[in-house]
Design a protein around this ligand. Structure first.
Ligand SMILES: [Mn+2]
Length: 189
């Protein structure tokens, strides 16, 4: 039996979910104990839809994973647990955009009170010697750049650049997770 985590990340037009939009939703099934990829990387894109409401509804409907024989809706189920970097951003952003688009929904389950999630941001800060400044994913992994160009690429309809960025970021993140598993294995106080 494989224990799974779901790597999860969003790209957005900005940091404020009251006004900014969801641009991409990407996720991949990961073996919790090895970091090995168990599925392809799914990338849902706003520009494939007429509007954000349709986009979000379709993402929720189509994001289904097998959890030991049970089919689970990723965004509405606690399990498999999510894996990411600063997942509160994703939880909060999706909640707000669902509300603003008047989408009928059950509670978003990415992270939160008693919702299990493995957030590597904590580890990033530790790697960075306890400082939050300089602990972005591109500071502490092989990820090339931060996401600041994504909104600009979206404006210019340079969608391929966004997809390449998302793929690069996923590889860097999963590689970080694999290395941490290996490195932390024998850690004892
Ligand atoms: Mn990202």
């Amino acid at each position: 039996m494989v224990e799974k985590l779901i790597y999860l990340d969003f790209e957005t037009t900005g940091l404020n979910p009251e006004v900014d939009k969801l641009l991409t939703v990407q996720w991949q099934e990961i073996d919790a104990n090895t970091g090995i990829e168990l599925s392809e990387l799914y990338v849902f894109k706003l520009w494939d839809y007429d509007n954000e409401k349709q986009f979000i509804e379709d993402v929720i409907k189509k994001s289904i994973v097998d959890d030991n024989g049970k089919r689970k809706m990723l965004f509405l189920s606690w399990w498999p647990a999510k894996l990411g970097y600063n997942l509160f951003f994703e939880q909060n952003f999706l909640e707000k955009r669902i509300e603003i688009n008047n989408i009928e929904f059950e509670d978003v389950c990415i992270m939160g009170y008693s919702v299990p999630a493995l957030d590597l941001k904590t580890v990033g800060v530790l790697i960075n010697g306890g400082s939050f400044k300089g602990a972005a994913l591109d500071d502490i992994s092989s990820k090339q750049t931060g996401g600041q160009d994504v909104p600009l690429w979206y404006e210019n309809k340079e969608y391929e650049k966004i997809v390449e960025y998302v793929k690069d970021e996923t590889v860097a993140f999963v590689d970080l997770y694999k290395k941490l598993l290996e490195h932390m294995q024998d850690f004892r106080i």
